[in-house]
Structures are given as structure tokens and as C-alpha cells.
Design a protein around this ligand. Structure first.
Ligand SMILES: NC(=O)NC(NC(N)=O)C(=O)[O-]
Length: 323
């Protein structure tokens, strides 16, 4: 999620990239990756470029690059989304590929639950979500997707061959929660369908990071705001995996050593209105705080207020789904 504080509504690039490696995405197969490896497609961060870094196979690119095709057909890469979901838009980024970018690209999507092997995936039913479109070199191509179905995999087609730096697949998470039936789970986690739907400020790093899997390895893998000068406070809103009762909240300031918030509070919203889940509570820098939440009602959204600013590495809201 990019600045500014009030992004335009429905800008799909503000939704999380469901294919991101950090969320568990994987490039499970590709027709070819002679020049540069397919895994680069879903790496976090902007693609880098160092000129004249020629290795034994040619210039080294931060992207997926196939060899010059001498037979009919086209190249493709198959991506498993880290979290299944509704795809709202795709970005095909040819950053730094000039003279060797594909002439055109298209994107297809499929829904295959379980653990399909690459061969099984290729035989799946694929739906075109981005029609074959011309590409330019060294450019981000932004394609909105109107199809509202849930998908688990996408396939990038490069016509006829060439290099693509990144493939971003923005959307809303829709995992299958049946496996959690009768169990507690992190209702905020992106992998369980939690989604940050609003935030006051995303200047340094994305608020989606607070619901990402695992621990943040450094400050940029968490959410960080600017220094606030107006007397207010920063906040974000998490839409939970479903209506649920939060029983344990984890507020993690790890890696925020000199810029951790001084305090935080949690407010739930649900069918019964607004409920204070955690009153304004003092936080320490660089610490994973855990708080029991007693007797809360079922809520669908939780607002996390931090005072006055700073950011958080992670927010975990463990609880049970309300039937
Ligand atoms: N990785 C490469 O060297 N690719 C290309 N060549 C240069 N110089 O970038 C190409 O497609 O021939």
C-alpha cells in the first residue's frame, strides 16, 4: 500500500499482492528460464538493475527472462498464490527489460484446491483474466480485473519470449477456512482472510505487513508511519477472516526501537456496534506484547490505534469464528 494517507477508493494496487513470496506465493513452473530465474517474478520490492553485470549466460536481470525462441509457441510461468482470493488487478512490470521484453502478455487464472503438481495444474481449467495486451520495455502495465471469482493460481503468458521483472496479483484473500472448523485461529491473518481495509498513513511501509505470516525481519517488513505533527494519532482497520470473538491480541513492536508507538488500543465493530477490546495500553519498543481479551462480543472489524505514531511489526488477533 502506497502513500498518501487517503488513497482513492477502489485503487486495486492498494490491495495486497496475493502472489508475493512473503505471503507464500511460488512460481511452480515455467516454460523456460534460461537467462533469469522465474522466482524473481514474485520477489518483494522494486526490481534492481546493475548495468554490465554480464555472467556466463548474458546480462544478469532481476526478473524472469527466457531465451530467444527459435520455434513456434510462447513462454509461460505458473504462479501459486500465497493466499487464494479474488483478483482485482494485475501489474506486469518489465522494469529494466528493454530490447528483450515480450511483445505481448496475457494472464489466466485457475482455482485448484489441495496440492496439485505442476502437470495437474497445466491440465486445469484456465480463465483469461487479462487479455493478450502489448507491452513496453521498462514499464509497469496495470490491468484491472473485473472477474469476481476466487482463484488459487495464475499463469503469465509472454508472447513470444523475453523478460518480465515482476508480476503483482492484487486482490482480496479468500482462503478455505473449513480446515479450522472448531479450532481457534488468527482472525487478522491475511492467510486466514484478514485484510487491512483502511489506515491513516502508510508513508514508509505497508500496513498489510502487520497481518503477514511470520515475524518481521526488519523495520521495513512492518508498518511504519511518518512523524505526526498535528496532535492526532495513527490507526488502521482490519477486516477479520469472518465475524469472530477475539480472545488474545498480540501487538508486536519488534524492530521499532526508536520509533515504536507509546501506546495502543483496540476497538472492535460488529453486529452489536462498537466495543473496546483493549483500552489504551502502554507499549515498549522492540517487544511482542500479548493481551488476553475477556468476554468480548463477536466483531467483524478491529481498529488498531497507535499513539501518537510509529508503526507496528505485526498484529495477531487469535480467537474463534462465530457461527
Ligand atoms: N540476459 C540477456 O543478456 N538478455 C538479452 N541481452 C542483453 N544484452 O540484455 C537478450 O535477450 O539477448
Amino acid at each position: 500500500m502506497n502513500p498518501p494517507a487517503n488513497p482513492p477508493e477502489n485503487a486495486f494496487t492498494d490491495l495486497p499482492d496475493l502472489a508475493l513470496r512473503a505471503y507464500g506465493g511460488a512460481v511452480v513452473a515455467a516454460s523456460d528460464e534460461s537467462f533469469a530465474e522465474k522466482e524473481n517474478l514474485i520477489r518483494p520490492g522494486r526490481p534492481s538493475f546493475r548495468p554490465h553485470t554480464f555472467g556466463a549466460r548474458g546480462q544478469v536481470y532481476d526478473g524472469w527472462e527466457t531465451r530467444r525462441r527459435r520455434e513456434p509457441g510462447h513462454d509461460w510461468a505458473l504462479v501459486r498464490l500465497g493466499v487464494p482470493g479474488t483478483v482485482r488487478g494485475v501489474v506486469v512490470d518489465t522494469a529494466h527489460f528493454t530490447g528483450n521484453h515480450p511483445a505481448c502478455a496475457s494472464v489466466e487464472a485457475a482455482a485448484v484446491d489441495g496440492y496439485p503438481a505442476a502437470g495437474e495444474l497445466r491440465a486445469a481449467e484456465w480463465t483469461e483474466i487479462v487479455p493478450r495486451s502489448p507491452l513496453r520495455g521498462d514499464a509497469e502495465h496495470v490491468f484491472e480485473v473485473a472477474d469476481g471469482r476466487r482463484y488459487t493460481h495464475v499463469r503469465l503468458n509472454a508472447f513470444p519470449d523475453g523478460g518480465v521483472a515482476r508480476l503483482r496479483v492484487h486482490g482480496e484473500p479468500r482462503p478455505d477456512l473449513s480446515i479450522h472448523e472448531g479450532l481457534s485461529l488468527d482472525l487478522a491473518a491475511l492467510e486466514n482472510g484478514g485484510l487491512v481495509t483502511a489506515c491513516s498513513d502508510a508513508f514508509y511501509s505497508s500496513p498489510h505487513n502487520v497481518v503477514a505470516p511470520g515475524l518481521a525481519r526488519h523495520q521495513a517488513e512492518g508498518w511504519e508511519t511518518t512523524r505526526r505533527r498535528d496532535g492526532g494519532n495513527d490507526w488502521l482497520v482490519i477486516r477479520l477472516a469472518g465475524a469472530g470473538i477475539v480472545k488474545l491480541a498480540e501487538i508486536d513492536t519488534t524492530n521499532l526501537v526508536f520509533n515504536a508507538p507509546g501506546w495502543a488500543s483496540l476497538t472492535g465493530t460488529g453486529p452489536d456496534g462498537e466495543t473496546a477490546l483493549l483500552p489504551r495500553t502502554r507499549l515498549l519498543p522492540d517487544t511482542r506484547h500479548r493481551f488476553r481479551i475477556e468476554d468480548g462480543p463477536a466483531v467483524t472489524h478491529v481498529r488498531v490505534d497507535i499513539y501518537p505514531d510509529g508503526g507496528l511489526a505485526r498484529v495477531r488477533l487469535h480467537g474463534v469464528l462465530d457461527r
